[in-house]
Design a protein around this ligand. Sequence first.
Ligand SMILES: [Zn+2]
Length: 347
Amino acid sequence: MDAETWLIAVDADGERTTLLVARDPQRKERSFVHTGTFAISHLESRAAPFLREALARASPRDIEDLCAQIGGKVLRRLLPGQRVPHWPVSIRRGAPEGDRLWPFDAELVGLRLGLRRLIRREGLDEAEAAREASYFQQAGLTVRWLGPPHGTLVAAIELAVLAEAADREAANVAANESFTDAARWVGGALGYPSCCVESFVRIRRRDERLLLAEHLPFLEHAPGPPETLWLNGGLTVISHAPCSIACPATTALASRVLGELDRAHPGFAARWRALARRVHAIDRDGAVLALDLEGPLDGGRIRGALELRPPAELVTRDDLAGLTVAIHDHQWTSPRFVATLVADHRG
Ligand SMILES: [Zn+2]
């Protein structure tokens, strides 16, 4: 996905279809419809019939024209080469000491509160998996290393949950018709709210950047609570992409986990809130920014900026302080950064 790409949301009869539109005048991309300029496909397994007809007739000059012809709105413009940072599992392995924030393990806390029956870590190599296994075993859990292709390790208290998780994971990898059932079971065992599970299984393309972008609100949006923050993987206390940053079930889940972290480590919630209750953005180079913004996303002024670098380093970005931000051409920009992955959690 190195071409310029847009996600366009089309809402009809209470259901959303998300289109992936890539500039492709050379017709190199595989697509559902090709208009001569754009390769268009949909992220769901099926597009609504009315949309299939509208797309078959469409001959757009540009993105705005395409939106006008099919009744859609640009949800995101993805930058060529946009990267998403990888957060190592080490930031979750253990408990914070003193006035530190990391490591904290919101998933283990959730399991002990009975909010989930399963913990799943992925992207591990064998050495990392061995460290995780030992950590969970010391916490009284049983683990199973599922290995490639996703480097997945699952941990649970109940053996039956672990066995079923391994079976469902195999179905998930096979990405066949049983994918949706498997994803629903795994999501339930991980304690994800059902509204968020349904929003996840709707999308069939498993590209991390697309999933991230598709679950964010439109660029101009009302602030959500800090509890639903998941764009910043180093700070999140949930392990799913919420169906919306206003999702009440996710807010309630995160509040319980935060409450328990704060009970065990007094002062944790206040330290976490000082970082989470901000505007979060991933810029085109993959830098993860937590911005103290005064005013709206379009026209506000940055009072202070922190960058969170993996694994868990907080860097003050004085170069961004004092800048004015604006929404322009489906991007969130200032003279010093350009971002399309943005979530306002100042609510
Ligand atoms: Zn939800």
